[in-house]
Design a protein around this ligand. Sequence first.
Ligand code: C2O
Ligand code: CU
Length: 486
Amino acid sequence: MTNGLSRRALLSTGLGIAGVGALAACSGASSPKMSDSGSTGRATPVSLSAVAGAVDLGGVTVNTWSFGGTIPAPQIRLSAGDTLHAQIANHLQADTSVHWHGVAVPNAMDGVPPITQQAVAAGSSFDYRFIARNPGTYWFHPHVGVQLDRGLYGALIVEDPKEPLSYDDEWVLVFDDWLDGVSGNTPDAEYTALTTSMSGMGNGMGMGMSMGGVGTSTLLGGDAGDVTYPYHLVNGRIPADPDVYDGKPGARVRLRMINAGSDTAYRVALGGHRLTLTHTDGYPIDHQDVDAVLIAPGERYDALVTLAGGVFPLVALAEGKNALGRALVRTGSGGTPPANARPGELDGMLMSAAQLTSEADARLAAKAVARTHRIKLTGGMGMYDWSLDGVKFDMNDPAAHPYLAAKGERVRLEFVNTTTMWHPMHLHGHTFQLGATGPRKDTVIVLPGQTVTCDFDADNPGQWMLHCHNAYHGQAGMMGLVSYAA
Ligand code: C2O
Ligand code: CU
C-alpha cells in the first residue's frame, strides 16, 4: 500500500474511524442534536488545505493544485449518521469550493458557487458540516471552472454500521485522467484550446473524426472523449510506479472504485479475477459477476473479489483512448507485469449501469410520476457549444435555465442525447432510479442517440445542479438547475 488506503492503514494512521476520538474538540453549538433523525450525534472533524505545488505521481513530478500535497487527498471515512465537519482552507490564488458528490447534503453545503454559497476566496476558509445519512462510496471535488481536472479530489467513504456484506479488507481505487502541469498544460489552457481551435472553423468542413474527439469506442457509441491525456492515474500514480495492494491469497476484498476523471470512461478489470459488483453510486444492486465494468466520470462501483495468489494488474483502460492506468495486487511471488499489460478480462463479460438492477430494498417506493422533464443533450465538439435544451448554462444567471419541481413530487428526468458523444449526467442532492428496476444512482451514462429515464423524489429542497460530469462539457454550458422550495 503506497497510499494508505486500506481500512487497516487508516485506523493505524488515526484517520477514519479513529478520527471520531476528536469528537469533543468539535462539538460546538451547531453540533447535531440526537433528535435529528438518522443522526448519531457524533462528528468527524477533517481539515483540508487547498495548495498549489509539486506533487510526485510516481517518478513524474507536476505542479498542480491538491489538498495538502497528496493526490488523491487523504481519504475521509465516517459512519452513517455521523456529521462530517470539514474545514477547507484555501491557500490557492484562486476561488475554490468543495462539492460532496453523491451525498444528499443540505443545499447550503453543496459547494456550488455562486448558487449555493459564495466561492471560498483565495486566503479564506469555509466550514462544511452535514450528516452523512446514507452509507456508500462517495467523493469530493471542487465546483469552480475546470478545477475538477486538477488534483483537488478524494474519496468519501460512509461506512454502514450494520454492514450486510462480509469481507476482510477494503481497497479504494480512484481513477483520474491527468494533464495538469505536464508540458506546461493546465485544465484552463486545455479548455481555451478546445473552445478556440474548434470554434470559428466554420460549418463543419474538416471537422470529421480528425478534429472531433480523440478516438472512438463501440461501448461508448462513438467519440470516446475530447481530450488526450498524457497520463491515467490510479490512486495518484502512473502505471510505471503503481499503487500496490499487498494481501493474502483467499482474502475477500471490497473494491471501492471512483472515476475522478474529467473526460475519460474507464473499463476496469483485475487480471486473473472476476468481480462481483455490489453497489453503484453508493446504493446496493443485485450482485452481478463480471469480468470488467465501465465507469464514467463521477460514477462509483463497489465490487467484492476473492484474491488468488500471485501478482495481478488492476487495469483502468481509458476507453477508446488507447491508454491505461493501473495498480497492482500482490499476494504471492511472481514477476511484476509490464506497465502496459492488458489483462484478457478487459475483453470479457462487461457491464455498466444499464444492465444492472437495484436491490429490492433500495428501490424507490411505488409512486406516480408528478412531473416529467424531457431534457435534450445538445451541442457538439466542433463549436464546443455543449448545452442542455440548446441553452448554454450561465452560473451567474442560473434561473434562466431551471427545471422546476415541487417538494414531495416524484420527478422524472428523460435525458435525450441528440449529440454524437456520450455524456455522464449527474444530479446533485438526490439519487435517481434508472427505469423501473435499475440501480439508484447520481451519475448515468447517456449514449449518443439514447434516451435514459431517471426518477427521483423531490425530498431535499434547494437549487441543485444537473450537469454533464465531463468537466469541459460542463464548463462549456452543459448544465441546468433543478429547483424547488421547502
Ligand atoms: Cu461531481 Cu456537479 O459534480
Ligand atoms: Cu458531456
